[in-house]
Design a binder for this molecule. Structure first.
Ligand code: ATP
Length: 320
């Protein structure tokens, strides 16, 4: 029977992490379990940087981006000796189990702690939607809204100046944010790790859009870590009828008030995490699959193949 749950946020932050913190806290308290906030991810765990959380501590955070607990990366946490220090700090504080909100790296930490005797459950908190064991991660929908809002604005000004806007979005080598945004914004091209990048092909397509389709503007949505977008914009200006401009959306995508969808997702997943821990289950991560909240052993989840988005790329091609 668990008496005290710890909760932490780890890796890159995402909108909806606070909604998850709130829901874990409230659901646990409703089950008669105490809750302890662990500040700054695994770094705070190793330092024993804890604070009790009561219902009132998580008031007025549902709509706030970021994470009230702070997030951090601690590379040394891969070392079992460092993990043992964490277990000691948790045991001293009477923490029997932990909910970890983060990406796949954070999941590995959760798995290691479970193996050392502290049951942990992972919740997928990342805007990148790059976790295979869930259709959606907490923060993806909000980031998508941000990208769509920005691209809509860029389109207005691009039309006035016969411009091609190259918009770089995040994704950590997952093209979901890019392809969802490209379809939602009616972009003229999308480039991701899944599509591959053929620069000459793209320039040819833009020349066609300009000279044959007589487009007033063009939007190219491109995932980060593919190419230098400023250089690409220069090539577009030099080789097509459009004036090329690059916009890197950057960390703006990580901020903002979570959408209702992300708040719902965070709340539903958090409830599942507490239920699993109450039932003595650890080393699992929570996901949403076909709108049902599910869980898988982390080890299994990390081996799952990347989700195929073939049908979305096909749809995009049909819409251009
Ligand atoms: P993001 O989506 O932002 O990349 P993430 O959780 O994948 O989120 P990472 O930086 O990979 O981010 O991991 C966060 C933290 O999890 C690391 O700083 C480290 O403390 C811990 N961690 C990562 N990999 C491992 C591992 N193999 N074993 C134990 N702990 C790990």
């Amino acid at each position: 029977m668990i008496k005290r749950i710890g909760i932490l946020t780890s890796g890159g932050d995402s909108p909806g992490m606070n909604a998850a913190i709130r829901a874990v806290t409230r659901v646990a308290i409703a089950n008669g379990i105490e809750v302890v906030g662990i500040n700054d991810g695994y770094k705070g765990m190793v330092e024993g940087n804890f604070r009790p959380l009561i219902k009132e501590d998580v008031s007025d955070i549902l709509d706030r981006g970021g994470t009230i607990l702070g997030s951090a990366r601690l590379v040394e946490f891969k070392d079992v000796k460092v993990q043992q220090v964490a277990v000691q700090k948790l045991t001293e504080a009477g923490i029997d189990a932990v909910v970890v909100i983060g990406g796949d790296g954070s999941y590995r930490g959760a798995m290691a702690l479970t193996q050392l005797g502290i049951n942990c459950i992972g919740l997928p908190g990342t805007i990148d939607n790059d976790i295979p064991a869930t259709d959606f991660t907490i923060g993806f929908d909000t980031a998508l809204h941000t990208v769509v809002e920005c691209v809509d604005k860029l389109r207005d000004t691009s039309s006035s100046h016969h411009r091609c806007s190259v918009v770089e979005v995040m994704g950590n080598r997952c093209g979901d944010l890019a392809v969802w945004a490209a379809i939602s914004c009616g972009a003229e091209a999308v480039v991701t790790q899944e599509t591959g990048f053929d620069e000459e092909d793209l320039l040819e397509r833009l020349r066609y859009l300009d000279s044959v389709r007589r487009k007033k503007h063009a939007i190219v949505v491109i995932s980060e870590k593919i190419t230098d977008v400023n250089e690409l914009a220069r090539k577009i200006s030099a080789n097509t009828g459009f004036s090329g401009r690059a916009t890197v959306l950057g960390h703006i995508q990580r901020g903002g008030s979570p959408t209702p969808s992300d708040r719902m997702l965070a709340s539903r997943m958090a409830e599942k995490a507490v239920d699993l821990l109450v039932n003595g289950i650890g080393g699992h991560c929570v996901g949403i699959v076909d709108n049902a909240i599910v869980s898988y052993p982390i080890e299994e989840a990390l081996k799952m193949p990347k989700k195929s988005r073939k049908e979305l790329y096909q749809l995009f091609d049909r819409l251009v």
